[in-house]
Design a binder for this molecule. Structure first.
Ligand code: ADP
Ligand code: MG
Length: 249
């Protein structure tokens, strides 16, 4: 589904991603863990071109988004990037809903504006998705009238409305009150059980241990160690990973 090779990203003089390799197979759940500032958000933002990488290769669902040829860094045309981005929506820590639009309008925005779906069709799908995430009675509410957990459910319904091939989660529960966390984790688990391909940046280590197929430890702009959760959490090789795990348990 996704293949990243030798990915670099600099912000001016700040070299943030220093050659990241990452492979995600269809239906796989990949967790990215690691210390703050290590490059987790930058990596998933580069994957869907919310940020433009500086060098390296990204192939998504068989389509090259960027690649190196000789010394030249090629980036796919904007319409290719836009299509790819619509098939791998991101769910953010702070929800990023349109505050002046209702719940229903938030969910149909992408399908109508980006995918050119008919409005009545988009509404029918949105109503079904909102019911699935337990918000059947909130269509006409505005984000400010919802709890954090409900806002995050709207964001997840909005991502699903794009008929995604991959969903990117960037710390989806970090801004939630503690009692709202498990509901969102359950929703994410439901997506995984239905076979959706997921990349999840999270500090919920128990959740990662139960749900992940692969865990990638990112520190200092590289993937320092990758493996199945049992190995990453119970038998880490790398000393930086071992000390990170000790610090969060
Ligand atoms: P993480 O998500 O692992 O906490 P980030 O990817 O957010 O890490 O950040 C990695 C580094 O990149 C940090 O030093 C951060 O300050 C820097 N960074 C991230 N985004 C930008 C940006 N838009 N401009 C400049 N520096 C940035
Ligand atoms: Mg981050």
């Amino acid at each position: 589904m996704l293949e990243v090779r030798g990915l670099h990203k600099s912000f001016g003089p700040l070299h943030v991603l220093k050659g990241v390799d990452l492979v995600v197979r269809p239906g796989e759940v990949s967790f990215l863990i690691g210390p703050s500032g290590g490059g987790k958000s930058t990596l998933i933002r580069c994957v869907n071109f919310l940020e433009t990488p500086s060098a390296g290769e990204i192939t998504f669902d068989g389509r090259s988004l960027c690649r190196e040829e000789g010394n030249i860094f090629h980036i796919a045309p904007e319409r290719t990037l836009r299509a790819a981005r619509s098939e791998m929506p991101m769910v953010f820590q702070h929800f990023n809903l349109f505050s002046h639009r209702t719940v229903l309008e938030n969910v149909i925005e992408g399908p109508v504006m980006v995918k050119r779906q008919r409005r009545d069709e988009a509404i029918a799908i949105a109503e079904k998705l909102l019911a699935e995430v337990g918000l059947a009675d909130k269509h006409d509410r505005y984000p400010d009238e919802l709890s954090g957990g409900q806002k995050q459910r709207v964001a997840i319904a909005r991502a699903l409305a794009m008929q995604p091939k991959l969903i990117l989660f960037d710390e989806p529960t970090s801004a939630l009150d503690p009692e709202l966390v498990s509901g969102i984790l359950d929703t994410i688990r439901g997506l995984a059980e239905r076979g959706m391909t997921l990349i999840v940046v999270s500090h919920e280590m128990g959740f990662a241990r139960r749900l992940a197929d692969q865990v990638h430890f990112i520190s200092g702009g590289t993937i320092v160690e990758s493996g199945p959760p049992e190995r990453i959490f119970d038998a880490p090789d790398n000393p930086r990973l071992a000390s990170f795990i000790r610090s969060i348990l």
